[in-house]
Design a protein around this ligand. Structure first.
Ligand code: ADP
Length: 161
């Protein structure tokens, strides 16, 4: 069985992530989405909230599992018997960091490979950071994320103020 992991922060999930997920499931028998619990970052949503949002967003997509993880992506892949890490590539600016990570991961775990899916053109500008920034200035984010995510972002930002 071919298993891939798709790790990320997903703070919050966007249509760009959902696009990568729906395309990845066609390539593997099972996709495990790993929501990174990274103490170095201060996300808008807790890891539990991000996992719940992702579960809702992927409800109905077959062969997808959503879990949280800490630490190295290659370890997360091994724990899930995955031989592939999937990452999405948007702009040329993503490429340098992603290549560096992929090569580092290959040194750490030669048995785990990284594969990249290029973003669909309509999402090439989209990032979780942009979504939060637009929402923080009162902008409409309904074209970037599902409605329940947009509502959760607005609510969170209000609580933060
Ligand atoms: P990270 O903090 O690990 O970069 P993100 O949640 O920002 O986590 O992204 C997870 C993965 O999804 C990364 O591989 C990222 O490049 C990809 N991604 C994010 N936004 C998009 C998008 N709009 N289109 C395609 N891939 C995307």
């Amino acid at each position: 069985m071919s298993i891939a992991v798709y790790p990320g922060t997903f703070d919050p999930i966007t249509y760009g992530h959902i696009d990568i997920i729906t395309r990845t499931v066609k390539l593997f028998d099972k996709v495990v989405i790993g929501v990174l619990n990274n103490s170095a970052k201060t996300p808008l949503f807790s890891v539990e909230e991000r996992v719940n949002i992702l579960k809702k967003a992927t409800n109905g997509i077959p062969n997808v599992e959503v879990v949280s993880f800490e630490g190295l992506a290659v370890e997360f892949a091994r724990q899930n018997n995955a031989s592939v890490i999937v990452r999405g590539l948007r702009l040329i600016s993503d490429f340098e960091y992603e290549l560096q990570m992929a090569q580092t991961n290959r040194k750490l775990a030669p048995d785990v490979d990284t594969t990249f899916l290029y973003t669909s053109l309509q999402y090439s500008f989209l990032s979780s950071t942009i979504v939060k920034e637009v929402a923080s200035f009162g902008g409409d984010i309904s074209e970037f994320v599902p409605d329940y995510v947009a509502e959760a972002v607005v609510k969170k930002l209000k609580e933060r103020r």
